[in-house]
Write a protein of this length. Structure first.
Length: 384
C-alpha cells in the first residue's frame, strides 16, 4: 500500500461526484481544479503576506548580513532572532507548492487509469467500464476486466473526451487531426498563462533579483515542453490552475496591498519598507561614525640641507663658474678679484599719492632750512 493511495482515492471520489453532476470528464477536472485551488487559498494568501513582509524588512536583513558576513553562526542566530521578532516564516512561500506536489502526482496516476480509483458504484465507473458494443454490449466489467487488454480487449476502458481530445492520452498520442491541434494548443496556453502569471508577480514585487527573474521567465517554457508527455487531462488541470492563480494574485494584491503600500491588518501594524530602509541607513551611519578613524601615515619632511657657515670677518664669495661638477673642480679666484656681496637693503615702502602731494605742497619750516635763517640775520647786520 502506497502513501499516495488515500490521495488517489480522494481525487477519484471527487471526480466521480463532479461527473455525477455534469457527465463530462473535462468539466469534472475543471471543477476539481477549482476545489483544490479554493482549499489552498489560505496557504496562498499566507504566502503572499509573508513575501510582502520579507520585502518590507529587506533593508534590515541586508544590514544584518553585511554586519555578520564573516561569522556564519552569528549570522544564522541573528536572522532567526529577527524572524521571530517580526513574525516572519521564510518557508511560508513554499507551503502551497509542497502541498500541490502530491496532488500533482496523484492526479497524473488517476488520469492514466481512472477506473482503478473511482468508486465502482459511481456513474463515472459505469461510463468507463461498460462494454460499448459486441455480443457483451452493456455488460459492466470489473476493475480487472476493465483494464486495457483484459477480457474485453481494447474496448475498455471507454475513452472519455473533452472537445475532441482523449484526456487519457498526451498531445503527440492523439491520432485524429483535430485532437492533435487542440492538444498542442492546450500546451501553448499553459506556457502563455504561466508567463503572464510570472509577469504579474514581478510587477507587484519589483525587488526580485535578476537570477530569480530569469528563472520565472524560463520556467513556463520548460513546463510547457514537459507537458507534451503528460495526459491531456493533466494539461487541462495545469491551464485551469494558471488561470485561477492569475485572478487569485490580483485579488490578493488588491486586498493585502504591496510592500510600498500594505493594506492588510497584519502588515499595516508593521513598519513600511521606506521606514525600515531609513532606520537601517541611520544605524549603518551611526556604526560608521562610532568607528575610530585610523590616521594616515604622515610623510616625513626632507631634512634641511646643511650649509657651511662663512668664516667670521670674511664675506661669502659667489662662485663665478657654472654649477655641478665643473664649479667644484674650478680653482678659486685670486684675492681681491672676487665681487663682494653687498648687504641687502630692505625695499622702500611705496608712499601713497596723498602723502606725496602733501610733501610737494608743504612749505619747509625754518628748522628744516638752517642755512637760510642765518643768511637773513647777516643781511640785517649789514644794513645797520
Amino acid at each position: 500500500m502506497s502513501i499516495f493511495n488515500p490521495i488517489l482515492d480522494a481525487i477519484g471520489w471527487l471526480l466521480s461526484i463532479f461527473y455525477g453532476v455534469v457527465p463530462n470528464l473535462g468539466v469534472s477536472i475543471i471543477l476539481l481544479t477549482f476545489t483544490i485551488m479554493g482549499l489552498l487559498y489560505p496557504l496562498t494568501a499566507k504566502q503572499a503576506r509573508s513575501m510582502i513582509r520579507m520585502q518590507m524588512v529587506q533593508p534590515e536583513i541586508k544590514r544584518i548580513q553585511a554586519k555578520y558576513k564573516n561569522d556564519r553562526a552569528a549570522l544564522n542566530e541573528e536572522m532567526m532572532k529577527f524572524y521571530q521578532e517580526n513574525k516572519i516564516n521564510p518557508l511560508a512561500g513554499c507551503l502551497p507548492l509542497l502541498v500541490q506536489m502530491p496532488i500533482f502526482f496523484a492526479l497524473f496516476r488517476v488520469l492514466q487509469n481512472p477506473y482503478k480509483y473511482v468508486p465502482e458504484s459511481s456513474s463515472l465507473f459505469k461510463a468507463l467500464c461498460t462494454v460499448p458494443k459486441g455480443p457483451d454490449a452493456g455488460v459492466l466489467a470489473t476493475v480487472d476486466q476493465c483494464s486495457r487488454g483484459g477480457a474485453y480487449g481494447s474496448q475498455l476502458p471507454v475513452p472519455k473526451q473533452f472537445l475532441g481530445m482523449n484526456l487519457s492520452f498526451s498531445a503527440p498520442d492523439q491520432l485524429t487531426t483535430w485532437a492533435s491541434v487542440l492538444g498542442f494548443a492546450l500546451v501553448a496556453l499553459v506556457m502563455l498563462s504561466g508567463y503572464l502569471q510570472s509577469r504579474q508577480a514581478q510587477k507587484r514585487t519589483p525587488a526580485i533579483n535578476k537570477q530569480m527573474a530569469l528563472v520565472t521567465k524560463i520556467l513556463p517554457v520548460f513546463f510547457g515542453f514537459i507537458s507534451l508527455n503528460f495526459p491531456s487531462g493533466l494539461v487541462l488541470y495545469f491551464f485551469v490552475s494558471n488561470l485561477w492563480r492569475l485572478g487569485q494574485q490580483e485579488v490578493i494584491f488588491r486586498s493585502i496591498g504591496t510592500a510600498a503600500n500594505p493594506k492588510h491588518k497584519s502588515l499595516t501594524g508593521s513598519k513600511s519598507a521606506a521606514v525600515v530602509e531609513a532606520e537601517s541607513r541611520e544605524r549603518s551611519d551611526e556604526g560608521a561614525s562610532d568607528a575610530t578613524p585610523v590616521p594616515a601615515k604622515a610623510k616625513k619632511a626632507p631634512a634641511p640641507r646643511a650649509t657651511r657657515p662663512a668664516p667670521s670677518g670674511k664675506p661669502m664669495i659667489a662662485p663665478t663658474g657654472g654649477g655641478g661638477l665643473r664649479g667644484l673642480f674650478r680653482p678659486p679666484p685670486p684675492p681681491g678679484a672676487g665681487a663682494t656681496v653687498r648687504p641687502a637693503t630692505p625695499p622702500a615702502r611705496k608712499q601713497s599719492t596723498r602723502s606725496t602731494r602733501s610733501s610737494r605742497t608743504a612749505t619747509p619750516t625754518p628748522a628744516e632750512r638752517p642755512g637760510q635763517a642765518g643768511r637773513r640775520v647777516s643781511k640785517k647786520k649789514k644794513k645797520r
